[in-house]
Ligand binder design. Structure first.
Ligand code: DGT
Ligand code: CA
Ligand code: CA
Length: 579
């Protein structure tokens, strides 16, 4: 069992305790545990496998009783406490809680008054106008419920990249342990680093296909085996994620990898091209159309080579002009991990982070960075323990001290004084102008009043962008993958204004954000707006999320020159200088 699923179980416990009207402190401690576990980059299962229960002891906000449940989940795949709780409720209750706008209190009322115990029952009751009679519900809430249910059905069909990736890695390790296995490789949307994943596709070359299939269907997190064949099987994991596995001949591994990496529309375009050349591409190789002569297929590169193209990085394979670009030698020199020189959006425990300034600086240095901007929240973001002017000035002093110590050691690493200032509903910023001028790196973001017309939201954001105080616009569309749609905003207009004002747009690397998305990254590149790939780290472990940001940027065709934090410190400082 992987972290995501463990976290999910603690959230579920929190929700069920709340439906029951349980103790607030206890409810919160389960939810906090879920949050912490979701944020960890190390697999709890792996920690436990290597060091036993002791290895789990240093994790913040995880007390003894929750730790015992983690061990129970890892070792048995079950949680007795949750199972006991669930006995008190109908089985569809947890799903009802996932409908946006239906909290534990409303769910309890719907159950008591209308006997609603599943999403289907709720959908039926709302469309038959039975919900509006309950206290706290009206005609409008019925419409909202119906809309939320259709959204929920659409998003729950796909998984976040980070979740699918963890399972794919774990299954890959697991399959590799079969004797005689040569290659195990995830393909499909996962290899293209798409932000959401429909199902995981794993390709294997081996000497004993039967053994691989046997082991695969016995992977501990399998809920259901949909099919088991000699060279292909499909299972559904306990979290609902479907995984396909195929074993292949070594001879055609490259062709199969190309085929199953997709995307489908990239493959269709590539095949059309082959056809025009008198060739045929299939999952087994490249053939001369007449005579079926096999030309290539062992290496993926040769599949492209035989149709006169250089190898195309998987992130670009969406049929968005990559085949033409490859043909004309204009494929982008995609950005890599080693191009990143610093992180420009980082929190400490002064606002809502979990580590001190010193810890966050040290961890950034360990990543090999040259600089980091500490960007705690402004005071409006109440939940995040935002900083007022007095606390900002104290933080400045602390940063000066850290920088002085670094200089004393002859270390060129630099900590920048930053803020994540809230963009209020009217587009004004949540720190006084005078104070804003004192920050070296001002990151601005929308955190509330998401439901505005596109015209109003665009105006609001443009006001902030053109304030002459802002350097970077953070998570520009506000989406949370799987739980919140992006707000309505005209990104073309925002980018035009950002270009005019010399403002950078953030690509937030949090796996649930990836905001800017790939298409917007491409647009920023076309418009010449520099992109800052930041992690929004709230913990030392979050710096590693940069990987998601980088691959998302690659999907948007971004190169080193397009990235603000790929610039060396002196260049960055020039950019950050405002009149
Ligand atoms: P997903 O799973 O929805 O996130 O997206 P993919 O791209 O992983 O799609 P999937 O799992 O249905 O299929 C994996 C790859 O197999 C896909 O990217 C391309 C290839 N493929 C599947 N069906 C077809 C097809 O009908 N024609 C062609 N040319 N390729 C296909
Ligand atoms: Ca897939
Ligand atoms: Ca598939």
């Amino acid at each position: 069992m992987e972290n995501t699923e463990i976290a999910k179980i603690f959230y579920e416990i929190g929700d069920l305790l709340e439906v029951k009207g349980g103790d607030r402190f206890r409810i919160r401690s389960y939810r906090n545990a879920g949050l912490v576990i979701e944020g960890l980059t190390e697999s709890l299962r792996r920690l436990y496998d290597e060091g036993g229960e002791d290895a789990l002891k240093g994790i913040p906000k995880i007390g003894e009783s929750i730790r015992a449940k983690i061990v129970e989940l890892i070792t048995t795949g079950r949680c007795q406490y949750l199972e006991d709780l669930l006995k008190e409720f109908p089985s569809g209750m947890l799903d009802v809680l996932k409908v946006s706008g239906i909290g534990p209190k409303k769910a309890a009322l719907l159950y008591k008054e209308l006997g609603i115990e599943s999403v289907e029952a709720l959908q039926k009751a709302a469309s038959q106008h039975k919900v509006r009679g309950l206290s706290g519900f009206g005609e409008l809430s019925e419409q909202k419920i119906l809309k939320a249910i259709s959204e929920l059905k659409a998003v729950s069909a796909r998984f976040k990249l980070s979740v699918a990736l963890k399972y794919a890695e774990s299954i890959t390790d697991y399959i590799k342990r079969v004797e005689g296995t040569i290659d195990v490789m995830p393909a499909g949307s996962l290899r293209r680093w798409k932000d959401t994943i429909g199902d995981v596709d794993i390709l294997v070359t081996c000497n004993d296909s039967a053994k691989v299939m046997d082991r695969f269907i016995n992977y501990p997190d399998v809920k259901e085996v949909l099919s088991k064949g000699e060279t292909k099987s499909t299972v559904v994991l306990k979290i609902g994620l479907q995984v396909d596995i195929r074993t292949l001949d070594k001879k055609s591994f490259g062709a199969a990898l190309q085929y199953f990496t997709g995307s489908k529309s990239h493959n269709v375009a590539l095949r059309d091209r082959a056809k025009r050349m008198g060739l045929k591409i299939s999952e087994y190789g490249v053939f001369r159309e007449k005579g079926e002569k096999w030309l290539a297929g062992t290496k993926e590169e040769d599949v492209y080579g035989n149709v006169g193209l250089p190898w195309i990085p998987p992130e670009l394979r969406e049929n968005r002009g990559e085949i033409e670009a490859a043909e004309e030698g204009r494929l982008p020199q995609l950005l890599g991990l080693s191009d990143i020189r610093g992180d420009l959006h980082v929190h400490t425990k002064e606002s809502d982070g979990t580590y001190s300034l010193e810890d966050m600086v040290e961890a950034a240095q360990k990543k090999g960075y040259e600089y980091v901007a500490i960007t705690n929240h402004s005071k409006a973001v109440g939940v995040a323990h935002g900083l007022d002017e007095k606390r900002v000035l104290e933080e400045f002093k602390a940063i000066d001290t850290v920088n002085a110590q670094l200089r004393k050691k002859g270390d060129k690493f630099r900590v920048l004084k930053g803020t994540e200032v809230d963009i209020r509903a009217d587009g004004s910023l949540d720190h006084p102008e005078e104070l804003l001028s004192k920050f070296e790196c001002v990151v601005a973001a929308v955190h509330s009043s998401f439901k505005m017309s596109s015209a109003d939201m665009t105006k609001r954001i443009i006001r902030a962008v053109s304030s002459n105080k802002v350097h970077i616009l953070a998570h520009p569309t506000g989406r949370l993958i799987g739980s919140r749609e992006p707000y309505e905003v005209d990104m073309e207009k925002v980018m035009d204004e950002a270009k005019r004002c010399g403002v950078s747009l953030e690509l937030n690397s949090y796996p649930e954000r990836l905001d800017l998305n790939d298409v917007h990254c491409r647009l920023a590149r076309e418009k010449g707006v520099p992109v800052a790939i930041s992690t929004d780290a709230h913990s030392i472990h979050h710096y590693d999320n940069i990987v998601y940001g980088i691959h998302n940027a690659r999907r948007g065709w971004l190169e080193k020159k397009d990235i603000l934090n790929a610039r060396p410190l002196c260049e960055l400082l020039k950019f950050l200088k405002k009149s």
